[in-house]
Design a protein around this ligand. Structure first.
Ligand code: FE2
Length: 254
């Protein structure tokens, strides 16, 4: 049984862009929680262990993503500053990615519009070197909805009820649900306002409107290793795909 972990629903703030976000998504259970939710047990323990084994095997082929300075993208995608390794998923991850139960669950919590995998395969991301990180961004237009599961957080694997003493804020996922309608430059100028930090522990999954809610991964600490499974989905909502939100926002602002 999935267990929803409580988090504060943020106050709605910032400018209003009526019509920019489809009504079904605005009214969805996920948006009512601030555009994201943290779940324990979405993937059961055997599945997580198999996925971790697959991720460890894939590490040998992982490629580096490295961008020193974020570009000027204001809404979605672009080239945020980042440093990490990633590798394509495999058969184990594929099974969850395309599972009918997963698609049904995601459709239910995101307002009822069809949810489809963005591609044939997800990825494994490795924050495995000191200062590996991902700066403030919204996800690319093919990734309206992100499902990120922590597979490992070391050097000492933490249980879901404990916090790794060595981690500090390293690897914490910072989300800005109350600033979802602000341009990225405004959030980067003032990253402390409205941030909600989520320390995703092994076995926990965050489901988020990654194309709407700005977010970042803080640099990991010395000797820290985090391995996560990343699945991306598209949502087609009432004739206005979330992929077009950036354009709607741009039009509103011009
Ligand atoms: Fe992201």
């Amino acid at each position: 049984m999935n267990r929803h972990l409580a988090h504060a629903v943020p106050a709605q703030g910032g400018p209003s862009f009526p019509g920019a976000i489809p009504d079904s998504i605005r009214a969805s259970a996920l948006m009512q929680k601030g555009g994201f939710d943290v779940l324990a047990g979405l993937l059961d323990e055997p599945c997580r262990e198999q996925m971790l084994s697959e991720a460890v095997r894939s590490y040998a082929t992982a490629q580096e993503s490295a961008v020193a300075v974020s570009d000027r993208e204001e809404y979605r995608g672009g080239a945020p500053a980042r440093r990490f390794l990633s590798a394509p998923g495999g058969d184990v991850q594929d099974a969850s990615y395309h599972a009918a139960w997963m698609l049904g669950f995601l459709r239910e919590v995101t307002g009822g519009a069809p949810v489809t995998p963005s591609g044939s395969r997800g990825t494994y991301t490795y924050y495995a070197r000191a200062s590996d990180h991902l700066a403030i961004h919204r996800d690319v237009e093919t990734c309206d909805l992100a499902v990120v599961t922590c597979l490992y957080n070391g050097p000492h694997a933490a249980s879901a009820s404990s916090v790794p003493a060595t981690a500090g804020n390293g690897g914490v996922l910072c989300l800005y649900p109350s600033r979802m309608l602000e341009p990225l430059s405004a959030i980067r100028r003032d990253p402390a306002t409205g941030t909600i930090g989520v320390r995703l522990l092994p076995g926990q999954t965050i489901v988020m409107f990654g194309g709407i809610v700005p977010h970042a991964v803080l640099p990991i600490g010395d000797h820290q290793v985090r391995i996560v499974s990343v699945l991306c989905y598209r949502i087609e909502a009432r004739g206005l795909p979330v992929a077009r939100i950036a354009h709607a926002l741009s039009a509103h602002r011009s």
